[in-house]
Design a protein. Structure first.
Length: 243
């Protein structure tokens, strides 16, 4: 259980998050949505201990403030936005880096690596170098690197941004199989919400404006207010109309 109370983050005079209270249950899938600059990345950074904050963040009742990085990594893994890399690590080597948070002997062939590669569906890519992967393949390798940490929670920053439709479907399929891992996913992609279900957290100007399920009667109105746009719905599936 992640419990956040009175979380406030300031960058100089700018208040990026203002007195947030939030609880994320074990195994809960939470989609975090909000306009650019609303504080989504700052919330992830606070959870990862990468930014100074007021208030408390606790994991299973224990404050994360001052917790050792390795200990935190056992609880929370992070999938950053997709990045390009000039490095020529093989996929297998890249994924094994996730083990560094658990052991100093991370540069090893380990059955955990093979299991994760197979779970994510990239086993056949294991000897390829990461600088030769397609966007979708690289995103799956980044997810695999986080999964090998075997943490209770996983934070993902726009996992389907920059991916084509087919890769988006494949990545969302992978994420939908995180059965008992608490997952917080920053996404602008309503397909993520449609596919993954789970709960939605809408934030705007550093404040929570909604937390609930997408079939909550208030959701549609709140998301339209949050993004100041219309939202379409067909058979329970939401989309942002372009005109
Ligand atoms: P989001 O991820 O929702 O786009 P961010 O958490 O990145 O939003 O940013 C929230 C607010 O904090 C924005 O107004 C942004 O300009 C500001 N901000 C983010 N990082 C910094 C920083 N390092 N220094 C100053 N202001 C920042």
């Amino acid at each position: 259980m992640i419990d956040i109370h009175g979380l406030t983050v300031r960058y100089g005079k700018k208040i990026a998050l203002n007195n947030l209270d939030l609880r994320v249950g074990d195994g809960e899938h939470l989609i975090l949505m909000g306009p650019n600059g609303s504080g989504k990345t700052t919330l992830l950074r606070a959870l990862l201990g990468l930014v100074r904050y007021d208030g408390t963040i606790s994991l299973n009742g224990k404050s994360t403030n001052g917790i050792a990085r390795r200990e935190l990594a056992r609880e929370i893994a992070y999938v950053p936005q997709i990045f390009s890399t000039p490095y020529t690590f093989t996929v297998k080597e890249f994924v094994s880096m996730g083990l560094y948070s658990l052991s100093r002997e991370w540069w090893i062939e380990d059955e955990r690596i093979h299991k994760v590669l197979s779970d994510v569906g990239i086993d056949e890519l294991k000897e390829k170098t990461i600088n030769t992967l397609s966007g979708g393949e690289l995103q799956k390798a980044i997810i695999a690197r986080a999964l090998v940490q075997d943490s209770n929670y996983i934070l993902m920053d726009e996992p389907t941004a920059h991916l084509d439709i087919r890769s988006t479907q494949e990545v969302l399929e992978v994420v939908s199989n995180f059965k008992d891992k608490g997952t917080i996913i920053v996404s602008h992609d309503l397909n993520a919400l449609n596919k993954l279900g789970g709960s939605v957290l809408l934030i705007k100007n550093g404040e929570i404006v909604f937390k609930g399920m997408k079939d909550d009667p208030d959701f549609k109105g709140r998301i339209m207010d949050t993004f100041e746009t219309r939202i379409g719905e067909i058979g329970g599936f939401f989309y942002f109309p372009l005109s």
